[in-house]
Ligand binder design. Structure first.
Ligand code: FES
Length: 578
């Protein structure tokens, strides 16, 4: 007879060579915190405390913890709060992406090491949700996600403001001299008027909506504003549900199946979501041995229109999506395309949850399949001799007449090089050129910064040029827009073809044909390759930077560490069509 796995305080004992003593000591220690035997005999639900004075998007985490604790106790469980790494976009050097895997490792190991039967993850700011889902997938204990939720909108001189689409737009106006120093200071104080995450369709909103479609969040949780009372009720319900999940043994691998990932990818396309969502989903899937098939994802994009009218591609904000019903009307519109049998953490299928959601009412934020914002999915996958491992473009946010374009390369070797020369009046650049930024990928920068939104050189911007073809191995904020090719793989820093581009080369972009080509002969490319030298980073001989540089994967594998992926690939997603 196989022994049942240990539960509650009996699981994962510290090893002193005497299990009885280990349990005795643990109980003695925790009794020092005032717990009763009755409390200690209950199912234990861990709650990740990601509050940090450096994470503005997580200001409400203490309130959420209290609500989750309430839910756990109502359901007969014992809530135990524990801290993990917390990462905010603007407070993480060199980038939050550099630290995402550190947070994922911390989350995984703390869930595994400590005696809990289930865990409620509190995330919100861009990298936190993927990090937590990666960690929870690997830890393998029942896990439920709660996000902090989006901010309410701000205002400036009667205009509604949303972070960070309007941060960029108003900063560009300041650079152009249209807004003075005093005004931009005032704007800075009005962009983020409440607690919560960015309230446009940036990475935080994208990840929240994808997590709900993935089934790892109770229905309705993605769009509730951070400061709304419903946010606390949702947290309380999640705490209660986590106790049942512990009893049912509803582990993440039962929820995050290839079908569930396909549903999340549909959501990404239909919301015109952040391109970062694709990288993060690849990393989460990789933890379970599931590979994102980029070509199949591209086919999904051909048949999945953008339905949600939210900034930066539309006009509304997350609080408007909340009032329109949140994720439910999106999922209902997408239902004919979804894998409705996919199980969610509620214990019911996604299809059952869609049926149970309140009926749609007249609203203008989520369109139907017959009246989309953009007829195809926002993101297209490109291949070609410049991107043998793939590249992506958010075509819904591009200038449509640039989607097929050939131009002369203007190359920036690094972020520093770009900062130095981009606005130089002597820069040899014309509106139909292709701006190339390299050494800004996972290893190059390092940390794959959101630098793909290469600004239009000042001399052209001042002549009214609004968009150009821009290509790089970097990422881009979900709040940015333009004809911008991202995530070129392999990146320049490991000798990808992007490293071989020279000023004046011709580059051809053909989005309908899904091609990105460097129009230079094979022999010349071979010659350039023989002259190429790998990039060296100062301080890369120790610590987390060394671990990161030695093991980070390319964008199509999610930029996870290779040793954290499940060693065997067991499935691909999206699934083949029947
Ligand atoms: Fe945290 Fe935008 S900075 S979500």
């Amino acid at each position: 007879m196989t022994e049942k796995p240990a539960k509650g305080m009996r699981q994962g004992l510290a090893n002193y060579g005497d299990a009885g003593f280990s349990l005795f000591l643990r109980k003695a220690m925790i009794k020092g915190m005032g717990y009763s035997d009755d409390a200690l005999d209950r199912p234990i639900v861990g709650i990740t405390d990601t509050f940090s004075g450096f994470n503005a998007c997580h200001r409400t985490v203490p309130d959420l913890i209290r609500a989750i604790e309430r839910g756990v106790m109502h359901a007969g469980g014992l809530p135990v709060v524990f801290p993990t790494v917390s990462v905010h976009e603007a407070f993480s050097h060199p980038t939050s992406m550099f630290l995402r895997n550190l947070m994922a490792m911390d989350t995984e190991e703390m869930i595994r090491a400590q005696p809990m039967d289930a865990v409620v993850l509190i995330g919100g700011c861009d990298k936190t949700v993927p990090a937590q889902l990666m960690g929870a997938a690997s830890a393998g204990k029942p896990a439920a996600m709660v996000v902090t939720g989006p901010m309410m909108t701000g205002d400036f001189k009667g205009e509604r403001l949303g972070a960070c689409t309007d941060c960029r737009r108003l900063w560009a106006m300041h650079r152009a001299g249209e807004i003075d120093e005093a005004e931009i200071d005032e704007v800075g104080g009005r962009l983020m008027p409440t607690a919560g995450t960015c309230m446009v369709m940036g990475t935080a909103s994208t990840m929240a909506l994808m997590t709900e479609a993935l089934g790892m969040m109770l229905p309705g949780g993605a769009a509730i504003p951070a400061v709304h009372a419903d946010r606390l009720r949702h947290a309380e319900a999640t705490g209660a549900r986590a106790v049942r999940m512990a009893e049912e043994g509803l582990t993440p691998d039962k929820i995050m199946t290839p079908a569930a990932f396909e549903n999340a990818l549909r959501m990404l396309l239909a919301i015109g979501g952040s391109t970062n969502g694709l990288v993060h989903l690849a990393a989460i899937a990789g933890r379970l041995g599931i590979e994102i098939d980029l070509e199949a994802f591209d086919r999904l994009g051909e048949e999945t229109p953008v339905l949600v009218d939210l900034k930066p591609s539309g006009q509304h904000y997350m609080e408007d999506l909340f009032r329109a019903g949140g994720a439910a009307p999106i999922l209902r519109a997408l239902a004919p395309m979804l894998r409705l049998d996919a199980l969610t953490i509620s214990g019911r299928s996604l299809g059952a949850e869609i049926d149970a959601a309140p009926a749609d009412w007249g609203q203008t934020v989520v369109r139907g399949l017959d009246d989309p914002i953009y007829p195809k999915g926002g993101i297209a996958v490109l291949r070609g001799n410049l991107a043998p491992g793939g590249a992506i473009i958010k075509q819904s946010a591009a200038q449509q007449d640039l989607l097929v374009h050939e131009g002369r390369a203007v190359v920036f070797d690094s972020l520093e090089d770009m900062a130095l020369r981009l606005d130089d009046p002597d820069l040899d650049v014309k509106p139909d050129d292709v701006l190339v930024l390299r050494n800004a990928g996972p290893k190059g920068a390092p940390g794959m910064p959101e630098a793909g939104y290469i600004p239009i050189p000042r001399k052209l911007a001042s002549r009214g040029v609004k968009d150009m073809v821009r290509i790089s191995d970097a990422r881009m904020s979900g709040t940015a827009f333009g004809t911008i090719v991202l995530h070129i793989s392999p990146e320049a820093a490991i000798g990808g073809p992007l490293a071989l581009v020279r000023d004046g080369d011709r580059i051809a972009l053909d989005v309908p044909g899904r091609r990105l080509e460097l129009l230079v002969g094979e022999e010349e490319l071979r010659r350039r390759r023989s002259e190429w030298n790998p990039l060296e980073h100062a301080g890369s001989d120790r610590g987390y930077l060394k671990l990161y540089l030695d093991h980070v994967t390319q964008a199509e594998r999610g930029c996870d560490f290779d040793f954290l992926e499940k060693p065997q690939r067991i499935a691909r997603t999206p699934l083949p069509t029947e």
